[in-house]
Design a protein around this ligand. Structure first.
Ligand code: B4P
Length: 192
């Protein structure tokens, strides 16, 4: 199996690039952001709980997110591999993911981290906020709070995977096609 984590701050293009990667390589896409927004749209108890955090630009509690991931992994026993988009976002989530994958006799193959300057992140998210209807893109204060959460809680996840030589930075401030070409260069050798 080939299991990829697409890593990077909010607005770095994880969701955008994941769509292109699944189309080219046939992996199963797991986006915790999409899963959480679906729960909110369906007014489930999990969605109502998640919304309280997401509207403020905060991370949703680990146990909520880890439970969701576990169900999705179980739903795809024949997958040739997964792309994790927006997960793990804390060290506790990374440790839980390692354990869940070990139970399935697999592991993370590679972590690709999209590097984009902060002002470009804010610009992209404000632009998306004009049309997305996403409450967490709605104003700059919430966007900055998400970036702060990233620095405080998510950035340390990089060390977790760098220790095993699986962490690779990729320039993410070019256009969508340029960034996809750089990611493909890293992925293709594993999936030839
Ligand atoms: P996510 O849904 O994961 O979203 P994101 O980090 O905001 O965006 P992403 O990096 O995917 O950017 P995108 O491609 O969309 O998280 C939302 C919230 O959910 C979190 O704040 C948190 O509250 C919660 N959450 C999710 N996962 C969690 C977890 N594991 N634990 C706890 N809480 C969790 O791109 C953004 C914009 O830029 C788009 O408009 C796009 O068109 C544009 N763009 C992309 N690439 C571009 C490029 N190269 N050039 C110009 N524009 C580009």
């Amino acid at each position: 199996m080939f299991n990829l984590i697409l890593f990077g701050p909010p607005g770095s293009g994880k969701g955008t690039q994941s769509e292109l990667i699944i189309e080219k390589y046939g992996l199963i896409h797991i986006s915790t952001g999409v899963l959480l927004r679906n729960e909110i749209a369906e007014h489930t108890p999990l969605g109502l709980e998640a919304k309280k955090f997401m509207d403020k630009g905060q991370l949703v509690p680990d146990e909520v997110v880890i439970g969701m991931i576990s169900s999705v992994l179980d739903a795809h026993p024949q997958a040739k591999g997964f792309i994790f988009d927006g997960f793990p976002r804390t060290s506790a989530q990374a440790e839980a993911l390692d354990k869940l994958l070990a139970l399935k006799k697999t592991a993370i193959t590679l972590v690709l981290s999209l590097e984009v300057p902060e002002e470009e992140l804010v610009r992209r998210l404000l632009e998306r906020g004009q049309t997305s209807g996403r409450s967490d893109d709605a104003n700059e204060a919430v966007i900055r709070a998400r970036i702060t959460e990233y620095h405080n809680k998510t950035a340390p996840v990089a060390d977790h995977y760098a220790r095993f030589g699986k962490f690779q930075q990729v320039k993410g401030d070019g256009n969508i096609e340029e960034t996809f070409a750089l990611l493909s260069k890293e992925i293709t050798p594993f999936l030839k």
